[in-house]
Design a protein around this ligand. Structure first.
Ligand code: NDP
Length: 330
């Protein structure tokens, strides 16, 4: 069946500028790290992408090694793109990254120019695209000069294979240095993609200030701590949850150590007439330096729930204090 998106798709979503730049991203963006590999059902992924776009989610985030197996999320996304979204390419912001393990040998990992350029070519092929909107260095490489990695990003833009560049997982000092080099090269840094949630807060120390000073956007990944910051684990580990799967990075021990706080946060969310997932996303979006929250979803229902967050982004001082108290519990 041909997919035609809803005419009202731009009516409710909020769009925020990436730092000082012209590009706007939806306040909620969708990542394809999980649920789009060959181990997943493409029909489910297709439904998720349709619903996301119908709700104004114009940004889909990928990386070379999303799957499993590596590359399969880009391949499956490419199939869905061709089938359903070819008329909407100019309404979409598609990103990919290179920086983690991808292929064997010395040229399939980290931050060399050789790896980044070859990987971007592979990603474009898998997705059937001429260009990505944003290409990221997925992590800093301690053994490659930052200049080399940034020159590779600059090259990606100059060769027409990417419109903008970003960095991910860079600590504040490296982000500042990367920004300086990119400015000198004439391809300024658009956005940073760090891990940030109620449970992981390193960005608050310094990084967000650096990004603001440099005019760079911020799109936090795993804002729900991979699903922990939701009501899904309140009564144990459901069979179809990420924590129950044999692949991935969320384990039973993570659930067990977080559940006490999750229960308390959930009570507060209910008092706010929100789900915990909604409260966790709103809590990140309250900071004006945040461009978008980069969620994952395993169902259409989760997309619906998460976009509903935008209906209540306000917190009282009392609520914020209570959240801090809960988060600081042992
Ligand atoms: P989240 O923290 O949003 O976790 C998503 C998971 O939470 C879903 O798969 C689902 O789990 C659960 N969930 C989502 N919404 C709800 C809801 N409303 N109610 C209950 N459970 C819910 O983000 P991810 O960890 O998936 O990361 C998001 C994206 O960030 C990735 O796809 C990727 O694009 C990017 N990323 C980037 C990294 C980097 O190094 N730059 C690293 C990791 C991610 P379940 O499957 O159990 O239903």
């Amino acid at each position: 069946m041909t997919y035609i998106s809803k005419d009202n798709r731009y009516d409710t979503m909020k769009y925020n500028r990436c730092g000082k730049w012209g590009l706007k991203l939806p306040a909620v963006s969708l990542g394809l790290w999980h649920n789009f590999g060959d181990v997943d059902t493409i029909k489910n992924g297709r439904g998720i992408l349709h619903r996301a776009f119908d709700l104004g989610i114009t940004h889909f985030d990928l990386a070379n090694n999303y799957g499993p197996p590596y590359g399969s999320a880009e391949e499956n996304f490419g199939k869905i793109l061709k089938q359903d979204f070819s008329n909407y390419r100019d309404e979409l912001i598609i990103s990919s990254k290179a920086g983690y393990d991808m292929w064997p040998g010395p040229y399939g990992d980290w931050g060399s120019r050789k790896y980044l350029i070859a990987s971007l070519d592979q990603s474009l092929k898998r997705m059937g695209l001429d260009y990505v909107d944003i290409f990221y260095s997925h992590r800093p490489d301690p053994n490659t000069p930052l200049e080399e990695t940034m020159m590779a990003l600059d090259r990606a833009v100059r060769s027409g294979k990417a419109l903008y560049v970003g960095i991910s997982n860079y600590p504040a000092d490296k982000a500042k240095e990367a920004s300086r080099i990119l400015k000198e090269l004439g391809t300024p840094c658009l956005i940073h993609q760090p891990k940030y949630s109620m449970f992981v807060r390193w960005v608050e120390d310094e990084l967000l200030d650096v990004l603001e000073e440099e005019g760079i956007g911020c799109i936090p990944f795993s804002p729900l701590a991979q699903g922990l910051l939701s009501d899904k684990y309140l009564n144990g580990i459901p069979e179809d949850s990420r924590a129950a799967k044999s692949w991935g990075f969320l384990h039973e021990s993570d659930v067990n150590s977080a559940i006490g706080k999750v229960q308390k946060l959930n009570e507060l969310a209910l008092q706010r007439e929100q789900s915990l997932a909604q409260m966790a996303l709103a809590w990140i979006l309250k900071d004006k330096r945040i461009t978008s929250v980069l969620i994952g979803a395993s169902s259409v229902k989760q997309i619906n729930d998460n976009v509903e967050t935008l209906k209540n982004l306000a917190f009282s001082d009392e609520e914020l204090i209570l959240i801090e108290e809960i988060l600081s519990l042992d």
